[in-house]
Design a protein around this ligand. Structure first.
Ligand code: FE
Length: 219
């Protein structure tokens, strides 16, 4: 793991602790960073840099990104060895082949194998492959996950119900502001005849973060 410079353009700040008034019934208590964000947005609109509709469209586009996008990448890598090679060589280009644009960050795909299991964290904040998987789950941003998964990954994985054999090495990847990881889980046994679409439906968000494995289809 390496510590790299972080900027904060792509992070949530809702896990910062600030003293503030108790919540009101109308839920209008904003954190310092929420107020800063609102002020910046209002200023940009006032100056004519963006419109309110631009902001709305952008939020809508962001919210439409789901783990199903990443699942399509994984399923393609399972069935197409050439695509798999391209994915590990250049994650951004491989995602773009399926129509998923990843801007400003490098996507690094890491393969789970018989001998090695990969799990992803951002120890400093909440860096996550949002352009491919959408918003991270709340636990991914929690201090407990960020601190513990690097110290005792097997114990954390076990809490997610993922118990790995002792001879499987666990590798933890620390995300940065400019590098995001996609775990390519192992293809489960008994899926040889399945279509690409059916395979994609097996791939979960958590399996692409690395806290879960992909379960075989229920018969
Ligand atoms: Fe981060």
């Amino acid at each position: 793991m390496s510590a790299r410079p972080h900027d904060h353009h792509d992070h949530d700040h809702d896990d910062h602790e600030h003293a503030h008034a108790p919540p009101q019934p109308d839920d209008k208590v904003h954190s310092y960073y929420q107020i800063l964000g609102i002020a910046l947005k209002e200023l940009l609109i006032e100056k004519g840099v963006v419109t309110a509709a631009d902001v709305r469209r952008n939020i809508e586009a962001r919210d439409s990104i789901t783990p199903a996008n990443g699942a399509k990448v994984v399923a393609r890598a399972w069935i197409d060895p050439d695509y798999r090679a391209r994915l590990f060589a250049d994650g951004n280009a491989a995602a773009a082949e399926l129509g998923f644009s990843i801007a400003n960050t490098k996507l690094v795909a890491v393969a789970n194998t018989r001998d090695q299991h990969n799990v992803v964290v951002c120890t400093l904040c909440s860096c996550y492959p949002r352009d491919l998987l959408g918003l991270p789950p709340a636990w991914y941003k929690s201090r407990a996950y960020r601190a513990r998964v690097v110290r005792e990954p097997r114990a954390v994985l076990a809490e997610f119900g993922t118990t790995l054999p002792d001879d499987v090495a666990v590798r933890v990847h620390d995300s940065t502001a400019d590098m995001r990881f996609l775990v390519v889980p192992r293809r489960p046994e008994g899926t040889e005849g399945m279509s690409e679409e059916a395979l994609a439906s097996l791939v979960t968000r958590d399996s692409m973060i690395g806290v879960a494995i992909v379960e075989p289809p229920e018969l």
